[in-house]
Design a protein around this ligand. Structure first.
Ligand SMILES: Cc1ncc(C[n+]2csc(CCOP(=O)(O)OP(=O)(O)O)c2C)c(N)n1
Ligand SMILES: [Mg+2]
Length: 360
């Protein structure tokens, strides 16, 4: 039977800074020394605070959390392209980006200790952590749609993992983002694992980026451990979105260097050798080398930065641990924006139970 070709596709891959810190000068984004140092600082702050939280969890000083170690280029360099009036819609593995959006370490520690207060604060255009895998992609499309209706030029950036791309929500979001031509960037941190499910069992597609083709939108795969590639791809996507040219799907290929969460033992389903093979690809190693080669960074600057960030970390952990107890019924305050009869009724019941508990 004769057939006519309806479409043909290809997907680009971008790497600007290889794992040895060698830059492709044709693709190198024009960032000033100050901007590069600032981005490096954000990535280090994400790393240092993540490592500290891991220790605090092991000492029983916070609850369960999922480290973002190794993924700092994917989420910090993309966030570095965004403006304060853009929407940040995250899940749970873009810790460094969240800190960049004005959320303090104290707030993060509150969140991972189960306090509702951990959801409040930072830029008012930040959405709280979405633990429901994939759901947040729909919220981002709604926000981008609203931004378009209001005639703003703000963009929504939404972070999700490779596992989230198997959720229906993700595909519904991509579909309507494209149909409505809204200013949204889908940043997929493909860290090769969704808890114990490897990337090959998640999708048969050769890339996650190519899923953009089905929805008729821009899609690109980048080296997600290369901050310059992530920056260049996101900056281009943001510019397109602000110009009314619609959504982009960016697949940042990276690796989850640690356990899924502190409740997981990754060696039940993957090897230490696999983890070790990703260590030389660490985004911080290559970025530091790049800055040293440019004459923007040296050991003295590194020591000073490490000392500053560690002191800040110590101070915020101290502040977190010396806070007065939060009222236990505060969670009722934030379910709806306005008072709601059912919630008020539940709060009364809860307060009564607390009183009974105190009397007993
Ligand atoms: C709808 C839903 N299903 C299952 C879970 C349990 N769960 C939490 S994280 C996760 C895997 C997510 O993998 P991925 O999207 O690749 O993100 P990563 O954890 O690798 O950053 C699962 C299945 C959940 N939180 N929400
Ligand atoms: Mg994953």
């Amino acid at each position: 039977m004769p057939k006519t070709k309806l479409c043909d596709f290809s997907i680009s891959y971008m790497q600007v800074l290889d794992e040895n810190g060698v830059v492709d000068t044709d693709l190198e984004p024009s960032l000033s020394k100050e901007q590069l140092v600032e981005l490096y600082r954000h990535m280090q702050w994400g790393r240092i605070t993540d490592e500290r939280m891991l220790k605090l969890q092991r000492q029983g000083r916070i609850g369960t959390f999922g480290p973002s170690i190794g993924q700092e280029a994917a989420h910090c360099a993309s966030m570095f392209c965004m403006r304060d009036d853009d929407w940040f819609v995250g899940c749970f593995r873009e810790h460094g980006a969240r800190l960049m959006r004005g959320e303090s370490l104290v707030k993060q520690l509150n969140y991972f200790n189960g306090y509702t207060e951990g959801n409040i604060g930072g830029n008012p255009r930040n959405l709280p952590i979405s633990v429901i895998v994939g759901a947040q992609s729909l919220h981002a499309v709604g926000l981008a749609y609203a931004s378009k209706l209001k005639g703003e030029d703000s963009v929504a950036i939404v972070y999700q993992g490779d596992g989230a791309t198997s959720q229906g929500d993700f595909h519904e979001a991509l579909n309507f983002a494209s149909v409505w031509n809204v200013p949204v960037i889908f940043l997929v941190q493909n860290n090769q694992w969704a808890i114990s499910v490897p990337r090959e069992k998640q999708t048969k597609s050769k890339s996650i980026a190519q899923k953009a083709i089905a929805y008729e939108m821009h899609g690109i795969q980048v080296d997600g451990n290369d901050p310059l590639a992530v920056y260049a791809a996101t900056a281009e996507a943001a510019e397109r979105a602000r110009n009314g040219e619609g959504p982009t799907l960016i697949e940042a290929v990276t690796y989850r260097m640690m356990m899924h969460t502190t409740a997981d033992d990754q060696y039940k389903y993957r090897t230490k050798e696999e983890e070790d093979s990703w260590k030389p690809k660490d985004p911080l190693i290559r970025f530091k080398k790049y800055m040293e080669d440019k004459g923007f960074w040296d050991n003295k600057a590194e020591e000073k930065l490490q000392a500053e960030l560690k002191a800040d970390c110590d101070a915020q952990v101290k502040e977190f641990e010396s806070q007065p107890d939060f009222p236990r019924d505060v969670s009722f305050e934030h379910v709806f924006g306005t008072e709601h009869a059912v919630i008020s009724e539940q709060k009364v019941e809860f307060d009564q139970e607390l009183e009974e508990e105190n009397d007993a």
